[in-house]
Design a protein around this ligand. Sequence first.
Ligand code: SF4
Length: 347
Amino acid sequence: MYLEDNFKNNIMQWFNQNQRSMPWRETTNPYYIWLSEVMLQQTQVKTVIDYYDRFIQRFPTIADLSEAHEDEVLKYWEGLGYYSRARNFHHAIKEVQHDYQGIVPSDPEHFKSLKGVGPYTQAAVMSIAFDHPLPTVDGNVFRVWSRLNNDSRDIKLQSTRKAYEQELLPYVQEEAGTFNQSMMELGALICTPKNPLCMFCPVQENCEAYDKGTVLDLPVKTKTVKKKTIEQSVFLIRNSRGEYLLEKRQERLLNGMWEFPMFETAHAIDQISKQLNHQIEPLSEPIFKLKHQFTHLIWHIKVYSVPEELEIESVSLPDHMIWFDLEQRDQFTFPVPMAKIYQFIEG
Ligand code: SF4
């Protein structure tokens, strides 16, 4: 599949005139471009902008970020979700600092060997920062390219991704960064999933799906499997100073973040009582319920209050638990459901 020469000119000209203003488009610093690509995974542009600005204000250089403690990095990511992105990025930046003298490697293979860098991030950063001829294939590009070619191959298949990368190669031999961003921006602004603005599309004359009237049938994507649901119980346990018990999550989803003690509902009471070596008796009805969705699972959380105030001296806390004064909120990174519970307590 090879579209006419005017296709590339048209889409890039449109991009140059219509692209949205974003802070990472004002820079050629590969560290900032890389950060923006990591933050933008699974997250909308308007959400990312504030986080990006705050992050580079606090960690303006690779050296600054490589020296930071992980807890602080997570704090600056709090609310963005998908925290393994932050941990991997932090880890990769330390590798850059130590193995590449603090300079983001411009060799695509070296860059790809860094922690958390997959094919999309490699292509995006290498093309935008260094104009390497690598095509980016994300959800927007899948949609635009499948429609332009009236292509009904399943975009969930790895073989389709590989085929798209091959087909896009001729277009990224020059000005790869601008071409890749043009495709993604067209997908975000014009060639949208439900109501594409074909009348305003700069490449309508190149579009086979538009010609054949199949635009809304594309791209073809097999259904995702149903998300697993987990019932969770959270306990609000206070001491006689009015402080709340917090636990640091370890070696599981949201690793390293803080939470009010939470357990999968079956046997939850036994587990927290055992950890504290003290029988916990919460009220029988939850005081608050919430639902939180991840990509692959859903938590249904019931929050229980424990009326007894524990005497500090009578309970010896394990290493991963502490007493938390509500005023200390800024010092702790909470995942989104815990931040909501905190807000509920704060009233
Ligand atoms: Fe997408 Fe419509 Fe443009 Fe085709 S004509 S690329 S379907 S916006």
